[in-house]
Design a protein around this ligand. Sequence first.
Ligand SMILES: [Fe+2]
Length: 158
Amino acid sequence: MNQTAAALATDARTEIVNALNQSVAETVVTTMLAQNFHWNVTGPMFNTLHLMFMDQYTELWNSVDVIAERIRALDQFAIGSYKDFSHYSSVKDAPSNPPKAEEMIALLVEGHETVIKTIRSIYELVGKASDQATEDMLTQRINVHEKTAWMLRSLLEK
Ligand SMILES: [Fe+2]
């Protein structure tokens, strides 16, 4: 058992890791939404959205690695199968028929906001366990998701 794991009680680690795995799943599903919409977006906002969605899936994909490796540092295993991603995620899969650009934006806002809610729910657990490293990582993730959700929402204003 490593030192980080040794410093945190097993029950606390298990609770934190379950919640972190949910945020891994939701981040992966949101990544896939952004990738799908990057491919399939159409309309007058094509260029802006095609590039914006690429920035998002790139950032999201890199962030999953950070969360999953935090789970490993807590001496537990990270989920990594489509079955588990869909089981753990409250973010819904992309529709089979690509929606209009505005609907894509709205679905991505929903994805980012769901991830934010999940991450917020972990704070109490990491606070109780004095797991500052996880707390710091989560704060950085909330910052990115809130900024991204704001940018997307701004596109929907008339
Ligand atoms: Fe591309």
